[in-house]
Ligand binder design. Sequence first.
Ligand SMILES: *[C@@H]1O[C@H](CO)[C@@H](O)[C@H](O)[C@H]1NC(C)=O
Ligand SMILES: *[C@@H]1O[C@H](CO)[C@@H](O)[C@H](O)[C@H]1NC(C)=O
Ligand SMILES: *[C@@H]1O[C@H](CO)[C@@H](O)[C@H](O)[C@H]1NC(C)=O
Length: 402
Amino acid sequence: MYFILLIILQIITTSIAEEPNILISTPQRIASFNYPVESHEVKTADNYLLTMFRIPYSPKNLHLNDSKPRPVFLIQHGMSTSTDSFILNGPDNALAYVLADAGYDVWMGNHRGNVYSRKHIKLSPDESDFWKFSWHELGIFDMPAMIDYVLGKTNQDQLHFIGHSQGATVFFVLLSELPKYNAKFKTSFMLAPIAFVGHIKSPIGFIASSVLHQSPILSHLLEGLEFLPMIEPVSMLGSELCAVGSWFQWVCAGLLFILGGWDSEHLNYTLLPQAIETHPAGCSTGQAIHYLQEHKSGYFRKFDHGKQNNLRFYGQITPPDYNISNIITPVRVYYSDNDKMAPVVDVKKIEKLLPNLVESYNVPVKTWTHVDFVFALEVKELIYDKIIETANYYEKTGQQLK
Ligand SMILES: *[C@@H]1O[C@H](CO)[C@@H](O)[C@H](O)[C@H]1NC(C)=O
Ligand SMILES: *[C@@H]1O[C@H](CO)[C@@H](O)[C@H](O)[C@H]1NC(C)=O
Ligand SMILES: *[C@@H]1O[C@H](CO)[C@@H](O)[C@H](O)[C@H]1NC(C)=O
């Protein structure tokens, strides 16, 4: 409870602060453990500048340099978090190090709007236009830009992918909308994937029902969107709602993270100060609203702009569903019974629709929560070692491990 209060305090402070400041950045932390680290800037088709971090190799296995180039893993964080979620757990447990130690070239993306990716060719994060996006844009703009960049830099055709939470949402959006990217994945692991959110049990449900369904204020703001001119596909939110420091931003930035479950018994609580230092890492209100819309509707579909504008943008009064049958690359899903953000019933719903689900792994620990997939003490043994075995098998045989 005490920790949750601390985090809430942090969120409030962050929402007041003008610029989020990270005391120690992802590359600084990585370097402090004597791992090599690189920063890369990637431009999206809609002109955001994203920062990617890379651990090109592990100092523990330099001998692998002598053979072929290291295969690539791209790993993508959840909402309101950042690349820090893949390194805070330290060299023995955190995903980025574990993959590097296993001989992979590890690339970590930071989505637009988080603390490492607050840049755009023209817009500044002080302008509300900067914040006009939901996870739809992360899927159709950030993902292709990062994938193309990584494959170009490494001179490879395909990569392995891990998405945590919203990191899975953006993978589903990408492949539903741009199916040619199916061919770019060797293996893909969805950890605690979010797509359908009808059964989220955490207080997000409470927020959705009390705020989105009933609050005249938010409903009014959302209604107001119908009148917004839609020049680019990304403009969707009222400036009042998106303004940096607006009351809703801390909801977006912080609550989902808390609700994910920092009360887990599997966490190393000595990491908490570092977690607080690096979170919430920032996102747009549009991401939260898009999930809230789905919580209400029960669909996995595009952003709801209101009847009028939906008709204009989509040619129908309700937003179209994401076409999950386009996701033909082999997909692996890892989920847990105690995950309030990705409850089993919602995970099963997307699994049933995936045309090429090759693995569905229910973490055999009943108390496993949403954040345990990145922050738990036993996460390496339970999950990452299994991922590595699967990826290694693919590298050796060119086949999916069944
Ligand atoms: C391994 O590769 C990295 C990156 O190319 C390079 O900096 C490093 O010196 C290499 N190490 C060895 C032992 O060749
Ligand atoms: C918990 O994290 C601290 C700080 O990173 C680390 O020194 C300690 O070894 C970790 N505890 C366990 C059980 O891994
Ligand atoms: C969805 O994708 C499948 C497979 O690519 C296609 O056959 C189907 O027509 C699409 N459905 C819609 C509604 O676009």
